[in-house]
Design a protein around this ligand. Structure first.
Ligand code: CS2
Length: 487
């Protein structure tokens, strides 16, 4: 039997479930990108508020902007799904009820746009990953020429991208005299609110300068720091969760116990009391974001490329390898040396907690998943602390190792003719194919201006450090280097 409102009562007693009246929950938040991450994080916080505060005016209508798969999974389940929180040797399951409607894919874009234009929508939140914003990774500027953006700009009344949808919905609201919703980016980007605002403004400017002025003055774009490690759901997860709940859930979410959400408290039409569910409202977003993006995600990326080069399939497996932890430890030192921590936070403790989280053997977090989209991730995760160190005259051998690992991964992918998941894959692979000589590999890949800008390729000390570290990696036993690599 399928998980749904009707079958909720059949869940085993130990499985948590909504006690609130779901039929009374208003879908006042439209969420763009209802993948696993959103459902492990914001939807969980919102469910906890519905449960504990009893204010039913804040439910979520989700949208899979690109694909209708989630809609197909969740509509027959009335939006319900199971969240499995995995500790090293514990598992806590709860059925989450905060998603009360689901749009799916491009075909549903007109209905989604109508909902976003309606006064009932008070927040539009987003998790579409770094590449979903179509920003230039090095500068953070909107790529007006990107095909999807250009198509939406040519037909702004029938948008398909998140930026096109947001701008058109805001335009409709402005014309109808409806106040604007808040745009809440929950993606792993530095100052994600500011970046989202700049992207929306750049798009609006192309459509109508008056609209852009109104957006600038009236719309709020709070920044947020979101943190919960959430691997993609596997068939094995489905089977295990379904066995435990005794019902069929087409798309459960598996995540860790840890969960953190820090939000800048600036909203146009109110907000749920997410703080009652443990979220932190703060005015120190930049510090929170940098700490998380650099210490957690920077280490994650490093570990994923090294994991790919050493045949380690999951993060927990990679954490067992001294050659990897011996690189992560000094990396964290380099990152912390130029970090401005949020008040009351000890970054050494933060890093210790990350090691514990990364070692969680129950989470099968694939290094291949994290290794995707490197072009979109390296700038804020590793190149930003690198630039801070360069500005202070500090050398960065561990960051250089991380970049060397990414480059070796690119050359290996190219030499094996394997697929690289990255919006810049063709440019990266083309450069990765040019040479098998370490010095030339480094020069060719550092020349990717969209990733490294113009300052880093011109920095002789950094370039030499990457060359040296690539040579060290190539000689390290256990590291599988691309065939034909020449020191
Ligand atoms: C990961 C993140 O896939 C990745 O790039 O680094 O998704 C990471 O698991 C989350 O940011 C944790 O909050």
């Amino acid at each position: 039997m399928r998980l749904s409102n009707a079958s909720l009562g059949q869940l085993p007693a130990q499985i948590g479930r909504p006690a609130y009246d779901r039929s009374k929950v208003t879908g006042s938040i439209v969420h763009l990108g209802i993948g696993a991450f959103h459902r492990a994080h914001q939807a969980m916080f919102t469910d906890a508020v519905l449960e504990s505060v009893g204010d039913l005016s804040w439910g979520i209508v989700g949208a899979g902007v690109i694909s209708a798969d989630m809609q197909k999974a969740l509509v027959p389940q009335d939006g319900l799904y199971t969240l499995a929180e995995m500790g090293a040797d514990s598992e806590n399951l709860r059925v989450i009820g905060s998603i009360v409607g689901v749009f799916g894919g491009v075909e549903d874009a007109p209905a989604l746009l109508a909902k976003m234009s309606d006064i009932s929508t008070r927040i539009v939140s987003i998790t579409v990953t770094e590449k979903g914003y179509c920003l230039d990774p090095a500068t953070g500027k909107l790529q007006i020429q990107a095909p999807a953006i250009a198509a939406d700009l040519a037909n702004p009344a029938t948008p398909k991208t998140i930026l096109g949808l947001i701008v058109q919905a805001l335009k409709n609201r402005k014309e109808a005299g409806i106040p604007p919703f808040t745009v809440l980016s929950c993606d792993n980007l530095p100052q994600n609110g500011k970046l989202a605002k700049a992207a929306v403004l750049a798009f609006a400017q192309e459509v109508d300068a008056g609209l852009a002025k109104w957006v600038e003055a009236e719309v709020r774009f709070p920044s947020t720091m979101v943190d919960r490690i959430t691997p993609a759901t596997t068939d094995a997860d489905r089977a295990r969760v379904n066995g435990l709940i005794g019902l069929e859930d087409a798309w459960p979410v598996v995540t860790e116990e840890f969960c953190q959400w820090v939000i800048e408290d600036t909203f146009t039409m109110g907000r749920p009391q997410w703080d009652k569910a443990g979220a932190i409202f703060s005015d120190e977003l930049e510090s929170w974001e940098n700490m998380k993006l650099r210490c957690l995600n920077g280490a994650h990326s490093t570990l994923s490329y090294l994991g790919q080069l050493t045949g380690r399939e999951t993060v927990a497996d990679a954490m067992q390898l001294p050659l990897i932890t011996d690189i992560l430890d000094p990396l964290w030192v380099e990152i912390r040396e130029v970090l401005h921590a949020p008040k009351g936070v000890n970054t050494a403790d933060y890093v210790e907690s990350l090691k514990h989280r990364f070692r969680n053997p129950s989470l099968k977090h694939r290094t291949a998943q994290i290794a995707s989209d490197g072009s979109q991730k390296l700038p804020q995760r590793l190149l930003a602390p690198l630039r801070d160190r360069i500005a202070k005259g500090l050398a960065s051998p561990a960051i250089a190792t991380a970049i060397a690992a990414w480059m070796l991964f690119a050359v290996k992918t190219a030499s094996e003719n394997a697929v690289m998941n990255d919006p810049l894959a063709s440019e990266i692979l083309e450069r990765a194919r040019r040479s098998l000589k370490i010095e030339e590999i480094v020069g060719n890949l550092l020349g990717l201006e969209k990733i490294f800008g113009t300052d880093l390729p011109a920095n002789a000390a950094f370039r030499a450090a990457v060359v040296e570290k690539m040579r060290v990696l190539a000689k390290t036993s256990g590291v599988s280097v691309p065939a034909g690599l020449q020191a």
